[in-house]
Design a protein around this ligand. Structure first.
Ligand code: SF4
Ligand code: SF4
Length: 132
């Protein structure tokens, strides 16, 4: 099987039958007041949307639906990674399948660690600038 590279190696692991994906949690973007989180109001629909300027997750989220989901026990949950996360992104690994036996034994424990930041990502982290 071809070894994953680039964003694929950060986004997913298919080395056993658990099929793990790394997700980014937009609730973390809101709580961190990330400078890359944008909001806009769609005049046609009257809806408000939010998205990631850095495109760590793609697409835009309906803010009202997000807030409704956040009030539930499960919360809004995670979005598929579309780009390498920045140090301030809240990410986590979720496995798709559970089972017993060697086919479900993790052979890639490093995948559960936070991914290393890309060179230069510190310069992209504007939190320091916001504090000044
Ligand atoms: S850069 Fe990360 S924390 Fe900021 S909006 Fe994008 S996903 Fe969220
Ligand atoms: S359990 Fe480990 S080896 Fe299996 S898919 Fe997940 S990270 Fe990869």
């Amino acid at each position: 099987m071809r070894a994953p590279s680039g964003i694929e190696s950060v986004r997913e692991c298919r080395q056993c039958c658990a099929f793990c994906d790394r997700l980014v949690y937009p609730a973390g973007c809101v709580e961190a007041q990330c400078p890359f989180l944008y909001f806009y109001d769609d005049e046609a629909s009257g809806r408000r949307y939010m998205g990631c300027l850095h495109k760590v997750f793609r697409g835009e989220i309906d803010v009202e639906l997000f807030e409704q989901a956040q009030r539930t026990r499960q919360g809004f949950g995670g979005m598929r990674l579309a780009a390498h996360p920045l140090p301030l992104c809240r990410t986590g690994v979720e496995r798709a399948y559970y089972g017993s036996g060697p086919a479900f034994e993790c052979v890639n424990p490093d995948f559960w660690q936070e991914p290393d930041p890309l060179p230069g990502d510190g310069a992209f982290d504007l939190r320091d600038g916001l504090d000044r």
